[in-house]
Design a protein around this ligand. Structure first.
Ligand code: FAD
Length: 386
């Protein structure tokens, strides 16, 4: 059984207290994703604007119990993410900040690129995006068609389309994955500003996780300076898809924690709002409580593996993500079932949780893709079968 140390317990306590502010705002943001602009002063949102900015670029971290917190550790982040998602996963995803693209900048950026990226983040609340998925090429990201071609000595041109990209319609900058030549080594990532000519972002209507404002992006001959191509100082095998996979492995325990938080929110909603439960319902809820605890342990284990650079990290993170998205869906539907026919109309917050849970299935790869990753990890001996 994994136990948290004092430091991680401090951020957990703080996140739980901060998250209380989110529940009353959850339905407002669900109805109007632009409501995030009215809530930038909420303490947790303000922390998220700088969470994961490394100490050398963040002179003003959040201090809890006398200790500075940067959100750069994976375990610390998953503990935080679960608590925030119990408050509202929509707000967590709607907040400005560097989290997804920052992981790639850390892995693939040179010193100048990191300085440029983080100084923009520290200037003001700045939304960022991470554009990998393309229309008809979601799970099979390696088959992407977006191209990056040289245009003179000091520029490149991006051409193509991306889809389901979180926050792109409100972002100032982010990362676009594109192809410089055929094959797995021909994929690279480039820092891109949304103000560039030819960059357009059209929000898509969604029913779950609406705060995230997923977007269709068109890249119509977008010129980017050569200095913004990431990984130029790295070996070819460390650029592009390899870095994307490493980055996604680091982020996946956090997505699993969103799922856990949504499942826990549904469980706690039933406990708070159904005072008398029959025996069968009581048993089902007890079982659900147990599954939440088991999943939390798996997520923490995967986060520790990521922080330790353990070769099992990717497989454990896939196991955690697959289990979390399934539990989020099952827990929210189970909770709705406790309130009988019409529950979705009578309990709009629970209805929202069930819609959000479905969104978790697709973020960062579907359950089937996670199971394929896990199977590959087992076959390659990264993970012990027990
Ligand atoms: C809320 C949300 C936020 C997102 N944010 C981002 C973002 O910020 N950036 C970004 O780049 N993308 C983002 N995405 C896109 C997400 O990564 C894709 O939706 C996901 O990769 C699945 O791709 P797809 O939707 O094209 O489905 P498909 O890949 O077409 O899959 C459809 C179905 O086929 C199954 N399937 C596909 N291939 C296989 C296989 N080989 N074996 C077995 N089954 C298979 C899948 O499991 C799924 O059930 C987001 C999506 C959502 C819903």
């Amino acid at each position: 059984m994994i136990e948290l140390d004092d430091r991680t317990r401090a951020i957990q306590r703080q996140a739980r207290a901060w998250a209380q502010e989110l529940k009353p705002l959850a339905l407002e943001l669900d109805q109007d994703p632009d409501a995030i602009h009215r809530h930038l002063d909420v303490a947790i949102v303000s922390y998220l604007t700088r969470m994961t900015v490394p100490p050398e670029f963040n002179p003003d971290p959040v201090v809890i119990d006398g200790r500075p917190f940067y959100g750069t550790g994976t375990l610390e982040r998953v503990v935080f993410a679960e608590e925030v998602a119990v408050g509202d996963a929509g707000m967590l995803l709607a907040a400005p900040g560097p989290v997804m693209s920052g992981v790639l900048v850390d892995a693939m950026g040179d010193e100048q690129q990191k300085k440029w990226f983080y100084s923009r983040i520290m200037e003001k609340p700045t939304w960022t995006f991470f554009a990998l998925t393309e229309p008809d090429r979601g799970s099979d990201a390696g088959a992407m068609n977006t191209t990056l071609t040289p245009d003179g000595d000091d520029h490149f041109v991006l051409r193509g389309a991306k889809r389901y990209i979180g926050n792109a319609a409100r972002a100032d900058l982010g990362i676009v994955f594109a192809r410089t030549r055929p094959g797995p080594l021909g994929v690279t990532a480039v820092l891109t500003e949304t103000s560039a000519a030819g960059f357009t972002a059209e929000p898509l209507e969604t029913i779950g996780l609406r705060g995230l404002r997923i977007t269709a992006v068109t890249l119509d001959d977008v010129r980017v300076p050569a200095g913004q191509v990431l990984g130029r100082h790295l070996r070819a095998t460390q650029r592009g898809m390899w870095s994307a996979v490493q980055g996604l492995n680091r982020l996946r325990p956090g997505v699993a924690a969103f799922g856990l938080g949504i499942a826990r929110a549904a469980y706690e909603y039933v406990l708070a709002n159904r005072r008398t439960l029959n025996t069968a319902e009581r048993h089902r809820l007890d079982r659900l409580g147990l599954r939440l605890t088991e999943l939390r342990q798996l997520i923490w284990r995967s986060a520790i593996a990521v922080d330790d650079n353990d070769p099992a990290a990717g497989s454990l993170a896939s196991a955690a993500k697959a289990r979390a998205s399934r539990l989020a869906e099952e827990a929210t539907l189970e909770a709705l079932g406790c309130f009988g026919p019409g529950a979705r109309l009578d309990h709009p917050l629970l209805d929202k949780l069930a819609r959000d849970a479905r969104g978790v299935e697709f973020m960062e790869g579907t359950g089937n893709i996670q199971k394929l990753n896990l199977f590959t990890g087992l076959v390659q001996g990264h993970l012990r079968r027990d």
